[in-house]
Design a protein around this ligand. Structure first.
Ligand code: FE2
Length: 347
């Protein structure tokens, strides 16, 4: 496995690059905007393909690198389903898996520091965001923080993991890089409490100043969605209502770009084809499925995904590949469901 812990000195943020092999797919957790060039350089040096950029929660102390990484690499942006960010490509819930080639992380909902805080667990390690830090815990006094919820997340979920599980937090200000669940249970001063009430009182007594970047970072991090206006201006967008009239028409092919797990969970538009977003370039190439589909009959190709972001990137790629009929469902399945569009279970 390839694993890199990267540090942003200004905000004390750790970001994590993960891949199963050289030449394979990679994901990055909690990237910082100012460090994007550094990540891209490392990704090139290790011959990796960045396919997912993930934030554990909406950060208040730095601007996320999610949007910049998506714009530079066309990767998928990922956050938990409780996020207040305007658009991310994919939203995960507890019990889902965060997957790339050869790597699968369990998603744990661990609110408390914020109400959109998630942890991601592999066999031997857990990425705890700001829920559990090394000899500390994330503050709970803003962004819908809740010390009671954090106590439950830590004692009810994270400390239930095996003692030897490595703990990789989103921040450290002392120079520590990694801990374990057993070590934190024994030595973390915030966890030496006898009850949830004692923990709540402890957190209430901290009186921390707001992060310097907060007024800039929070609004910026809530607007990470890509600008889709240009796609719409070119006539490549179809609204959920317009798209409903196209279901079952022989001149239109609905193409689902989502992952198998998203299809199983939310259902699919009747009669649609499955062409997962990570395979898009292969599918658009001569010999690829979408290339063949376009060559076989003059069909309108209507891409869709969860929120319209992957499909917007796919339209651009398809148009660049010469498929002039490509368009996308604006707002994705989320908009489709809100417009009462019909869904069937994935085959
Ligand atoms: Fe945070």
């Amino acid at each position: 496995m390839i694993f890199r812990q990267l540090f942003d000195q200004t905000s004390g943020t750790y970001s994590y690059l993960l891949a199963s092999r050289r030449g394979g797919e990679a994901l990055i957790i909690d990237p910082v905007l100012e460090k994007v060039e550094r990540y891209l350089q490392l990704i090139r040096e290790l011959d990796l393909k960045l396919v997912k950029a993930v934030d554990t929660h909406l950060h208040a102390d730095h601007i996320t690198g999610l949007g910049a990484l998506r714009d530079r690499t066309h990767c998928i942006t990922v956050m938990g389903e409780r996020t207040k960010a305007d658009v991310v490509s994919m939203r995960l819930a507890e019990g889902d898996k965060l997957q790339i080639e050869g790597v699968a992380l369990d998603v744990l909902y661990t609110p408390g520091h914020t109400d959109d805080s998630y942890s991601f667990r592999m066999a031997d390690r857990v990425f705890t965001g700001d829920t559990l830090l090394i000899r500390g815990t994330g503050r709970t006094d803003f962004q819908n923080g809740d010390a009671r919820a954090q106590y439950d997340s830590i004692f009810g979920k994270l400390l239930k993991l095996p003692d030897e599980t490595l703990v990789y937090p989103a921040h450290d200000y002392k120079g520590d890089t990694v801990s374990t669940i057993g070590e934190e249970r024994a030595c973390n001063p915030r966890l030496q409490v006898k009850s949830v009430d004692e923990y709540v009182a402890l957190m209430a007594s901290l009186h921390l100043p707001n992060p310097k970047m907060m007024d800039v970072a929070v609004p910026a991090n809530m607007r990470v969605g890509m600008a889709q206006d240009e796609i719409a201006r070119r006539g490549w967008s179809v609204s959920a209502v317009q798209a409903q009239a196209l279901v079952g028409r022989p001149d239109t092919a609905f193409i689902d770009l989502r992952e198998r797990s998203e299809r199983a969970k939310h259902g699919v538009i009747p009669g649609s084809l499955h062409a997962p977003y990570p395979d898009l370039q292969d599918n658009l190439r001569a010999g690829g499925m979408l290339h063949a589909l376009a060559a076989a009959a003059p069909k309108r190709m209507l891409f869709y995904c969860a929120f319209g972001e992957r499909s917007a990137m796919a339209v651009q790629a398809a148009q660049d590949a010469g498929l002039a009929s490509a368009c996308h469902l604006q707002g994705g399945i989320d908009a489709w469901e809100k417009a009462d569009g019909a869904l069937v279970s994935a085959a």
